[in-house]
Design a protein around this ligand. Sequence first.
Ligand code: C2O
Ligand code: CU
Length: 504
Amino acid sequence: MTDKSRGSHRATPRATRRRFLAAAFGAGAAVALAKIGNGISFAEETASDVTTEVAAAGGTLVIPELAAKTDDNGVSVFALKAGTGTDTSLVSGTTLKTAGYNGTYLGPTIRVSDGEQVRFDVTNQLGADTTVHWHGLHIAPSNDGGPQNVIADGETWSPATTINQGEACTLWYHPHGLGNTADQVALGLAGMLIVDDGSAANAALPTAYGADDVPVIMQSMGVLSSGSFVTTNAGFTASGTTLKFLVNGASATDETPTLEVAAGRVRLRLLNASLVDSITVARSDGATVTQVASDAGLLAAPIEVSGLRITPGERAEIVLDLQTGTTVTLRATARSSTNGARYTVSMLEVTGTGTDTPAALPATLNTIDALDTTGAAARTFTFANSGNTFTINGVAGTSVTAMTNNMIMTTLGATEVWTLVNSSTTIYHNFHVHDVPFQVVSIGGAAPTGANLGWRDTIELPPSTTVVIRLKFTDYADSTFMYMLHCHNLIHEDDGMMLGLMVV
Ligand code: C2O
Ligand code: CU
């Protein structure tokens, strides 16, 4: 009932998989209107919607569809319907409630170009309030999708904007309500958002979506013995919890997905859409991989890395050169917020079938000029917790009132230097700010290296470590709508580790 077109997904198993996540998370048995532990109620599923399929049958990597766009007088319109579903294949014997955009788990990939006029028509069919935030997108606060943009059940929210990113980058979208972000992302509400620009460097990298330019949405998830996704810290370690590493919604824990690439080079857009876990990605043969982009844009130059540690909310782009017949296996290690390794899986097996030899990568991918911080205002944000209350500068941002009363106020055009202090000696946090990307000044007193020299919008804050960043507030101001800054461990965020940020 959340997806009237689902019938067409059943034409053949292959076609079904190509319709993306309906395959990995086919609908299960009929469920009555129910309210589950995380407070979201689900509308009724009808028996005629039932399909049961095996996650990533055949092992082929599930690739989210590209979101269809329609033209409305020069405006590209993307329709997203947030709806519910069920899955019976992830944990045998368990009917999991799920949610997705235009399907039953995750959402289509939205691909836009810098300068494009767009509108997102987001319809809520979840049976509960939701919001949709465009993580990393430079957009006005009134369109940012935070707790002030609640979409009531049955309603459509239609933010319109001109893509004004100035960078080719890999972003994503997900709910951002107060206290229910982890719950809703856990159900499957997340999708990738790709911004292209006209740069020669971006064009020199693979750009054929699904062929040699491939999204890899990684999620370290848990399923409670009681049959729902884990949405609390305790849930991950509770007895009977099944941990699963999902790649584009299918379980790599059960079967390593395979990807055949009919070209000599593939670009992988890695997104960590986990609630809590950092993920370290490396080749299983120990060889290096080439990273070309951090979170918020192409790096100045390609770098060779032995592995990438990607924190929740963060993205990275890598390229692999593949001679015909070469198979590269990527391994992922998921780590809890106290850095205990939960598990390692082979998350993707990439095989080259093409015969072309890729040209050398451009020596220069991007020009990143240091922001001028002469006279810049300085602020310090201290990340701490006492039990399950998580705070920034002592404030738990768990309500609009708490956020309003402790608003960080800045002005359009200001450049600022922020000192981010993780005062915990054991817990990893990370930092994400809306509106504009930042540059790293130092990490633990040391100058940044590698991908930390690129634009970022999310960065890990290891225990007892101070990270200094600089950022400049351009283009958008509003005296009613706020942006946010927070830890992107979604459980910490829901438990208060978030402040409002207003640019006036
Ligand atoms: Cu990905 Cu404020 O969020
Ligand atoms: Cu945190």
